[in-house]
Design a protein around this ligand. Sequence first.
Ligand code: DC
Length: 245
Amino acid sequence: MTEIPKQGPVIALDGPAGSGKSTVTKKLAERLGFVHVDTGAIYRSIAYLVSQKGIQVEGLSEGSKEVLEAIEVARVAHLEFKRNESLSPANRVFANAEDITDRIRTPEISLMASKVSAIPEVRAALLELQRRLGCEGKTILEGRDIGTVVFQDADVKIFLTADPMERARRRHTELLEQQGSGKIQDIPSLEELFAQIELRDRGDRERAAAPLKKAEDAIELDTSCLDLDEVIAKVEAVVRERLGL
Ligand code: DC
């Protein structure tokens, strides 16, 4: 991979699903004037394209035809991130020129993303895109392996954690809100979400390729007993101190 020089400070924010990463990253980016890069959306986009091709998730075993097809999808996918202030969310994701922002947030795509992201060649195919996006200026990247793989040289590394049941509760509240605003119809129960989170955690932590883990030099913050404002305040204080802002 060609080395891309950083154009500004890079903040790496990693952690499991539901640890508060997305909301914290979004808010922090706004407050500090940084660009927010959601690397989970990249894996979700590949999962969406894979499912559109009818590639079977259950068939994603090493060396299988399905895995080779998924790798090819990741290699040729053209992903773009654009802002459109008149839409919600304003950060839009395009795959091969199609706006898929809302389609990549379903529970099926979440599970599929966890599976495709365990394929080392898929990860390798998406590394350069993440580096390029992160090098464009002052950026804050959220993901699982930003501090350990994508930006080992990040200027600040934060690792957020939270108890799995608390994370399931947060996700449930989020989905209820989306259901209330008519964005989605059926939503899973709290118990189903808890099971999905445990399954995804296991997949993300136990995979051989870039597993979810705290970088040695990352600052860990358990958010189980904190509300979002408290988490944002704590992370912002660390970032400001580290970057001298
Ligand atoms: O953050 P998220 O829930 O949108 O991520 C979706 C999936 O993508 C998650 O199960 C793990 C994977 N992922 C990853 O492997 N590496 C990243 N840097 C970001 C996400």
